[in-house]
Design a protein around this ligand. Sequence first.
Ligand SMILES: [Zn+2]
Ligand SMILES: [Zn+2]
Length: 156
Amino acid sequence: MNIETGQVRQRPRRFTGVEPSAILELPQETQFQVIGDVRYALTAQRFAADLLVRGVLEMDVRGRCARCGEYCTQTVRDGAFACSYSLSAANELIDLTADIREAILLALPMNFVCSEACRGLCVQCGANLNKAPCACAKPRQTIPWGMLDQLKLKRK
Ligand SMILES: [Zn+2]
Ligand SMILES: [Zn+2]
């Protein structure tokens, strides 16, 4: 995505559109697939010798949840994209592609899950616990390490 700086004055100017997801150069083997394009809604504004570009980047991805294995679609979003570019001429073309790529890559989930509240699969019977609780006995409560340390101290 390019911005022609001659078009931007002190008054903010809005740029919206899409970039092909190919700009991300994602490896073939990922937990998810990109659906459609990278969408941007950016505002460019001149501040003295700098051009400040801020806004929102979004992209839809589809993949299998790491906990329950169900396919789901999610929107990857950078709601606070902000980059500044120093201006050297009255009119020049600034290429934002590399910065958009980096921002989207940082916004990608490390662990792809259908929802933060996903209960995953029962380790005993494999039932999807989001759909219904299974008949297996609940695993016994494990004691956190911190509590074990306290117990040891008391025995001294
Ligand atoms: Zn899930
Ligand atoms: Zn179970």
